[in-house]
Design a protein around this ligand. Structure first.
Ligand code: PGA
Length: 265
C-alpha cells in the first residue's frame, strides 16, 4: 500500500431525511475533525433534497459533498432531472455517475454515463465514476472485458488535465447491498490492479494518479484487509457507514494502519 492520499466516503442512497443527513454530517465532522484532510479525504453523497442544508452543516471543508446523479444539460425539457448549475447552486463539489443501481434499475448506459461525466467535468466538479460487473458477467468470465468497456466508454473524450478530477469506484454488482456477497480480498485486489492498468493505458501518467476505490459490502471486518490491496486509494461504503460512529470506527482502523505502514517506510 502506497502512502498516497486516502479517501473514504458514503452514498446514503434513498435513505436519510434532511434532519437525518444534517445530524449525520455534523456527527461525522465532530468525530473526525482531527484527521488531516490533505492526506485523508472524507466525502458524503446524500439525496438531492438534503444537499443545500447539508452544505450549510459543513465546516472547514472537512467533508466533500456529492450528488448521486446529474442530468447532462444545463437546462431544458428534461423533467425530473437536476442540472450541473443546480448542483453548483447547492454547494456540491462532487458528482457520482453510474452507480450500479442507476445502471441496473434505471437502465443507464455507458453512453449516458459518459455524457454525465463530461458535463460534470466541464462544470468544474470532481466525478466519481462507478463501475463493476454483474454476477452473470463474472460467471461468464467477462469481468475484465466489462470493466475495460465501462472505463473506455464512461471516460471517453476526457482530456488529460481533467483526469485530475476523476475518481473511480470498483463496485462489483453482486457485492452491493443487503443481498450482496462479500468479495474475496484476492479477487478485489486483482480487479483493482486491472482497473489501474486500464486507466494507465487510457490516460498514461494521468491514469496512474486517478484515485480508485473499492465498494460493495465494505464493513468493519473487511475494511482493513481491503485497504491493503496494492492498487487501492480508498473505500466507498454504503450501509456500514450510515451511522457516523460506525463509520468513524472504520475510518480510525484504516487510518491507524496507514499511519503505521507509512511510518515504517
Ligand atoms: P453497501 O453499498 O456498502 O451497502 O453494499 C455500497 C454501494 O452501493 O455503494
Amino acid at each position: 500500500m502506497a502512502c498516497k492520499k486516502w479517501y473514504m466516503g458514503t452514498n446514503t442512497k434513498m435513505y436519510k431525511t434532511i434532519a437525518q443527513t444534517n445530524q449525520f454530517i455534523s456527527r461525522l465532522q465532530e468525530l473526525t475533525f482531527d484527521i488531516d484532510r490533505s492526506s485523508f479525504e472524507l466525502f458524503v453523497i446524500p439525496s438531492f433534497t438534503t444537499l443545500e442544508s447539508a452544505n450549510r452543516c459543513r465546516k472547514d471543508n472537512l467533508v466533500k459533498l456529492g450528488a448521486q446523479n446529474m442530468g447532462w444539460e444545463e437546462q431544458g425539457q428534461y423533467t425530473g432531472e437536476i442540472s450541473p448549475l443546480m448542483l453548483r447552486e447547492v454547494g456540491c463539489d462532487l458528482v457520482m455517475v453510474g452507480h450500479s443501481e442507476r445502471r441496473h434499475i434505471f437502465m443507464e448506459t455507458d453512453e449516458m454515463e459518459n455524457k454525465k461525466v463530461r458535463c460534470a467535468l466541464d462544470h468544474g466538479f470532481t466525478v466519481l465514476l462507478c463501475i463493476g460487473e454483474t454476477e452473470q458477467e463474472k460467471g461468464a468470465g467477462q469481468s475484465n472485458e466489462v470493466l475495460r468497456r465501462q472505463i473506455q466508454l464512461g471516460l471517453a473524450g476526457i482530456n488529460e488535465k481533467d483526469t485530475a478530477r476523476v475518481w473511480v469506484a470498483y463496485e462489483p454488482v453482486w457485492a452491493i447491498g443487503v443481498n450482496g456477497k462479500p468479495v474475496e480480498i484476492g479477487y478485489a485486489d486483482e480487479k483493482l490492479t486491472y482497473i489501474r492498468d486500464c486507466l494507465k493505458m487510457e490516460f498514461g501518467k494521468g491514469g496512474e494518479e486517478i484515485p480508485v476505490f473499492y465498494g460493495g459490502s465494505v464493513n468493519a471486518e473487511n475494511a482493513l484487509p481491503l485497504s491493503r490491496c496494492k492498487d487501492i486509494n480508498g473505500l466507498f461504503i454504503g450501509r456500514s457507514a450510515w451511522d457516523a460512529d460506525n463509520f468513524n470506527a472504520i475510518i480510525r482502523a484504516v487510518q491507524d494502519n496507514r499511519e503505521k505502514c507509512c511510518l515504517a517506510k
